[in-house]
Design a protein around this ligand. Sequence first.
Ligand code: SAH
Length: 260
Amino acid sequence: MPPEAPLGSVRLVGAGPGPADLLTVRALRAVETAQALLYDALVDDEVIGLAPPGCVRIQTGKRAGRASMEQAAINRLMLRLARRGLRVVRLKGGDPSVFGRVGEESAFLKAHGVPVEVVPGVTAACAAAAQFDFPLTHRGVARRVVFATARLEAGALAMDWAAGADPETTLAIYMGSTAAGQVSQRLIAAGRAPSTPALVVENAGDPHAGLTTGRLDRLAELTAGSRGGPMLIVVGEVAALASAAGACEGAPAPGWRMSG
Ligand code: SAH
């Protein structure tokens, strides 16, 4: 019998919000030396294109009409590739530790004895803040940032509304575009002022990113003009500082819009 291939490894890598120049150098090196690349729907083609020619590329997210793979199937696939001795890179949009299931994947691989490394990435909230010139924290105004998801689970919204009610908290809400109206109602009911500044950034990091600014009580309207890209909602005083002017790198193209 031929000797078994030595066990490979898996790197869980943050691809950042899109453009390849927002990858960390470590992430870039991981992609450039990958032998198998499993990537999510949000990962930009420019980044996937950095993998070497012989690299096996497998799309795991929903894209161009194809359904996404089940988490258990992704786990098994990573394990199988690592057992073939390959350097596997699992590429995720933004940062793998922010709504990226990194905990589940890492635990599964470690339980099977596969060496795992996590490489951080620029999360959507940081990319949006940089591009549109607002801070996530601001001395005396915003002392806390909450990364929250407003994904509907079995039709219900799971979120810590009381934490979001604090006027000095910046809420960065992921996966919230379809539930924006409910988010706004629940936050106001929890005590957040209806006039709290709010904004929505679509495709943060992309030169064609869209910024829409307004108030918490009009949140649903801010997401209404979606062009189908990923949307991040930011609620808090810092949103009043956002501006599409003056952004240089990744500057918004004519597609951006601002409403009041
Ligand atoms: N790990 C990712 C988040 C994955 S959850 C990160 O750190 O950014 C997917 C959600 O993230 C999307 O529904 C959207 O709310 C947000 N998102 C991801 N990329 C985005 C982008 N480029 N612009 C705006 N929002 C984005």
